[in-house]
Design a protein around this ligand. Structure first.
Ligand code: AMP
Length: 426
């Protein structure tokens, strides 16, 4: 079969790497892709916002399945447009993608179906929002309702910080995403990402993963798209996982089906493991980046039939196998990230780094110029490793990082430390 993968990050490189291995695939295309993905797929220059152009490419190239990586085209309705044009897609419809596209929608769904999550209220104006903040007190979390490229959440430790976030959002600081605001209770605990393949009715949980969101070691500094990830997550016991599937993922699928907008695709539940058990922090309607990288490294089964089964609504009785090994991913970013990152610096040593046992390097913001690889974004490389334990995976990944010659880049040096601490505790 012929597949078109959409996106250009480390997540899409991991998906392309895994799908390229499938004996079912004749041609694998990726739009727009990146130089790493070019090793696994033919790159195509398509504007993901132009659904007619994507559908046209699918017709002329006999595409049997489109796999949508990032959230923006899902929330914009690309799957509806392509399916309407007769092209099979892996990913949720626009209506189902509201789980990520509108935090207020997701929270109301939780409230209506008693799904455990932080207490919250929705606001469309600053005055009542601030009155609510004053009643609740800090710490408290202020969230823009819409998609804000990871910048829409402020975990405020003081009331002043929370009020400033409300002012920023209502003054248009985040564009249309901040026209409505959700204010919610601060949840204390450890964060875990639980991803499940869904076919509208059935959900198959993938192994647990966790990412490191803050830019600096020791979980300090501003939030980022993710500076690293690991899988499995030691503190997420099978009992926690079963409870999260029964109290969060299951009721969400049933609710969306009852609304006439069944959820198909991968559902990412960002969880806080609190003293009262797992609670939902947020939904994403696609694979997490960098969680996807560690999950693809652990996936033993062919990914392609799983994606087709999810799209076709036949996941019941489907089986996915995973390697028991641990996987870890260190993100290398260009200096300046998550602010303005320097572009155009030259990256060396990639071959030597990738030659280390168990190491796989996925590209994100890179660009090829002749035979040189240049930095071309904030998060640039995903240096990943598989090993019998998180400790060894971590050693391998950092040995690879140390082979990469890129003075203009940086990474956290403590990826996986949380997992190692958890192993000691559990
Ligand atoms: P999100 O973009 O919704 O994933 O939020 C970004 C990060 O903010 C999350 O990964 C958490 O670390 C943090 N966060 C979001 N909501 C809460 C909450 N209610 N309590 C504590 N931390 C939160």
């Amino acid at each position: 079969m012929n597949i078109l993968l959409l996106g250009s990050g480390g997540r899409e490189h991991a998906l392309a790497w895994k799908m390229a291995d499938s004996p079912l695939v004749d041609r694998l295309y990726c739009a727009p892709g990146n130089p790493g993905i070019a090793n696994d797929a033919e790159l195509v220059n398509l504007d993901l916002a132009d659904s007619a152009a994507v559908a046209g490419f699918c017709r002329t190239h006999g595409i049997d399945l489109v796999v949508v990586g990032p959230e923006a085209p899902l929330v914009a309705g690309l799957v509806d447009a392509l399916e309407g044009a007769g092209v099979a897609c892996f990913g949720p419809s626009q209506a189902a993608a509201r789980l990520e596209g509108s935090k207020g929608f997701a929270k109301d769904l939780c409230r209506a179906h008693a799904i455990p999550t932080a207490a919250y209220e929705r606001f469309t104006a600053a005055v009542p929002a601030k009155a609510y903040l004053r009643r609740q007190g800090a710490p408290i979390v202020v969230k823009a309702d819409g998609l804000a490229a990871g910048k829409g959440v402020v975990v405020a430790t003081t009331l002043a910080e929370a009020e400033a976030a409300v002012d920023l959002m209502f003054s248009g600081g985040l564009g249309a995403a901040g026209a409505e605001v959700v204010i919610e209770e601060f949840l204390a605990g450890e964060e875990v990402s639980l991803l499940a393949l869904c076919d509208g009715e059935t959900a198959i949980a993938l192994p647990t993963a966790a990412d490191h969101k803050r830019v600096l070691d020791g979980e300090r500094g501003p939030n980022t798209g993710g500076m690293g990830a690991f899988s499995p997550v030691p503190l997420m016991t099978p009992a926690h996982e079963q409870r999260a599937m029964e109290t969060i993922v299951g009721p969400t699928l049933r609710a969306l089906k009852a609304m006439g907008t069944p959820y198909k695709g991968v559902l990412y539940a960002g969880l806080m493991i609190t003293a009262d058990g797992p609670k939902l922090i947020e939904y994403n309607v696609r694979f997490g980046d960098p969680e996807c990288q560690v999950l693809m490294l652990r996936l033993m089964s062919d990914l392609v039939p799983a994606l087709v089964a999810a799209r076709d609504g036949v996941l019941k009785n489907f089986d996915l196998r995973f390697y028991p090994q641990a996987a870890l991913c260190v993100v290398m970013a260009a200096k300046g990230y998550p602010g303005d990152a320097l572009k155009g610096s030259v990256i060396g040593g990639l071959k030597e780094a990738a030659a280390i046992d168990g190491v796989e390097i996925f590209h994100a913001g890179t660009k090829r110029e002749g035979d040189r690889i240049l930095a071309n974004g904030g998060r640039v490389l995903n240096v990943c490793a598989v090993a019998p334990s998180i400790e060894v995976a971590r050693e391998r990944a950092y040995a690879a990082v140390d082979k990469i010659r890129w003075p203009e880049g940086f990474c956290r040096r403590d990826i996986g430390a949380r997992a190692i601490k958890q192993t000691a505790r559990f």
